[in-house]
Write a protein that binds this ligand. Structure first.
Ligand SMILES: [Zn+2]
Length: 308
């Protein structure tokens, strides 16, 4: 329905452009560029890299599931008024593909994770892109994304290219330190307990980067439903491996994993909900998990304290 409404809007924008009267978006932002990011993780990178020269808007707030997200009328207004749009890509924003494609004919629309070297990506047949889109959980990969954002901002606004590149390097330095911190924290979990069980498969990159086995109840996208068989298989796995805790996610309903915990208990083994992880969305603004590094730190502390 949204897409039907969007078409005339975009059509009129094309007309506006072809009449030589592009909307002066940056004027309304006090001379700053207006940049829109789909996820909070991308917005955090943009604020660090372009904050002084751009106003950064984010479409998906705390607890929002990007796999299922559809652009609202308010979003469409922000997207059409923006000077540039940054999104994850690799089919994370599965329901926004068409909107973003249309906007890409009018302005810079950057799919940050699409630009990562293919050998860095994890294959997944669950996505049209054939790759797992949850790249932000390998912080060394997200650091590469920060570099990509810096370069792209320099292309969009060449007058401040040096500043964007310098800021990107500063942010990367912070992320590289964070990457090392996560790797060392995970070592505090006894080797046999290094298994991360979550509601959906968002943590494959995390597992690969930091040496922890991962299992999700749902597939890699929350679009796929889980069935009784998935629950039974996961219950068997937890009981046989004597796993102490499983984790719910802020952007996925908790009841799926509660069924698993109950199932394990019926087998005479005990496991618990070890806490809530921020998987596909950051925490609320003004809280620790409201920034990308804070979200990572909160997750790692939750995981380590429940599994150690
Ligand atoms: Zn996801």
């Amino acid at each position: 329905m949204i897409q039907k409404k969007l078409f005339p809007l975009l059509f009129s924008l094309v007309l506006l452009y072809s009449c030589g009267a592009p909307p002066a978006a940056s004027d309304a932002a006090g001379g700053k560029l207006r940049v829109v990011a789909t996820t909070g993780m991308i917005a955090d990178a943009l604020e660090n890299i372009a904050g002084e020269y751009a106003r950064v808007d984010v479409l998906m707030g705390p607890g929002v599931d990007p796999h299922l997200y559809k652009a609202t009328q308010g979003d469409l207004k922000r997207l059409t008024e923006a000077d540039a749009i940054f999104y994850n890509g690799l089919h994370l924003e599965g329901k926004m593909g068409e909107v973003l494609e249309k906007l890409a004919r009018l302005k810079p629309v950057v799919a940050v994770a699409d630009q990562l070297p293919k050998p860095d990506l994890i294959n997944s047949t669950d996505y049209a892109s054939a790759y797992d889109p949850h790249v932000w959980f390998d912080i060394s990969l997200w650091s590469k994304v920060a570099g990509i954002i810096g370069e792209e901002m320099g292309r969009i606004d060449p007058a401040h290219q040096t500043a964007y590149e310098d800021n990107a390097r500063q942010y990367q330095k912070k992320l590289n330190e964070l990457h090392l911190w996560v790797a060392s924290e995970i070592q505090n979990i006894p080797e046999k307990q290094r298994v991360l069980i979550t509601a959906h498969d968002a943590f494959e990159y995390f597992g690969r980067a930091y040496g922890i086995e991962v299992r999700g109840l749902q597939g890699i996208s929350t679009v796929s439903e889980f069935g009784l068989r998935d629950v039974t298989e996961l219950v068997d796995f937890i009981a046989s491996r004597k796993i102490k805790a499983v984790f719910v996610e802020s952007s996925v309903p908790a009841k799926s994993l509660e069924a698993v915990v109950e199932g394990v208990e019926q087998r005479g083994h005990s496991t618990k909900i070890g806490g809530m992880l921020f998987s596909d969305a950051m925490g609320a603004e003004q809280t620790e998990a409201g920034t990308y590094p804070g979200m990572v730190r909160a997750n790692v502390r939750t995981i380590v304290s429940a599994l150690r």
